[in-house]
Ligand binder design. Sequence first.
Ligand code: ZX7
Length: 441
Amino acid sequence: AMFKTDPVRPDAYREFERPLPEWFRGAALGIFVHWGPYSVPAWAEPTGELGAVPREEWYAHNPYAEWYANTMRIEGSPAQMHHERVHGGAPYDDFLDAWKAEDFDADEVLAVVAATGAGYFIPTTKHHDGVTLWDAPGTDGRNTVARGPRQDLIGAFADATRAAGLRFGVYYSGGLDWHFSGLPPIEHDDDPAPDDLAYAEYAHDHVIDLIDRYRPDILWGDIRWPVAGIEPGPKSLAHAFQTFYERVPDGVVNDRWGESHWDFRTSEYVHGTAVEVGEAWENTRGIGLSFGHNRNETNEHLLSAHEAVRLLVDVVSRGGNLLLNIGLEASGRIPELQRQTLEGIGVWNRHYGHAVVGARPEGRMPASDEPWIRWTRTDDAVHAVVDQTGPVRLPDPDRVLDESTARIGERHVTAERVDGGILVDVEDAVTPVAISFRTRD
Ligand SMILES: C[C@@H]1N[C@H](CNC(=O)c2cc3ccccc3[nH]2)[C@@H](O)[C@H](O)[C@@H]1O
């Protein structure tokens, strides 16, 4: 199947296993960017979230606007009708030439990203349409240096990310490349994907080039790796991982490189129970229903800042990171609705980031979500994040904590033990509220 099953770790890849670097484990939040020729039409049906849409509907009504090159080729799909009506059925590559990135300023994007409190930033370098955002080997000019933006967008992002003091990652679509493979549109989960050695070596050379030129801290593969590239050989995936860890000793790779190796697991929209255990995992999603910008998305489709913060706190309380995606407009601007959510996350993190950045699970999961509460732990403190104000009764935490040290942000608050719990008076605060206690063990 095209999507990852539960990858096994062949012996040939065991040499790459290592402890998860603290910089990744404690990061809490990463920001993704999907940006490509698909950002010109920026059109998809806001069908629903991955996991909530029946699989038989998914491909012809794909809410992922970055799948436009596939959806527009499906007979009778609304995207095909849209493409005929609005773009006269023109070749997809016309969008590469129409993509000007005229308002793009990498430092401006990274200023918004850094203000969220995120610890890392990952742009797409090649999505499923095969267009590379740098002058990648073998692309024969089908890239953003030779055409469209006429700029090494990955280099610009890498420099701006480092200048902003964040870790830098690269997303690479290993499992799908509709241009290279020339296959018919995908309409079912198990439709074929490029698996031959020629493609595996082509993709290997791209990953090596990204490592050599941008020294990414994260290799974020997608879908999977071509099977022919898993086998030993001069251009095998093992060679790429070897090169990566030599150049970036505290680098990490995700779990979408086929049956090979991973430093951290990933889930997408739907929380994957098999994946979300321990502390080496990440949940990714768009701010809306799509990763690529979709002009059809309105407020109702997007996470508000409040909803995004609750998701962030929930993920961190269970040991993971949240990788939240921005779909940039073709111009290079951040869509206004998405910017509002990002700014709201930043406001919250300025108040309560101490409860999530560098935090670990506190070791209990709430029985229910009424009232909603999530616990985290940092070096010498325990944090109860609640989503209400007024008198709040915290269920008795297993850890012995000193209720006399209760704080909300910098402010000391009164907390008293009442039958089997701790009563805290939460006055006007930014919700959700992190109530912090010193531990006394
Ligand atoms: C970030 C997102 N990834 C999609 C491919 N998804 C997977 O390979 C995938 C989904 C998923 C869900 C649970 C566990 C593993 C998974 N892999 C792409 O098809 C989207 O365009 C977008 O780039």
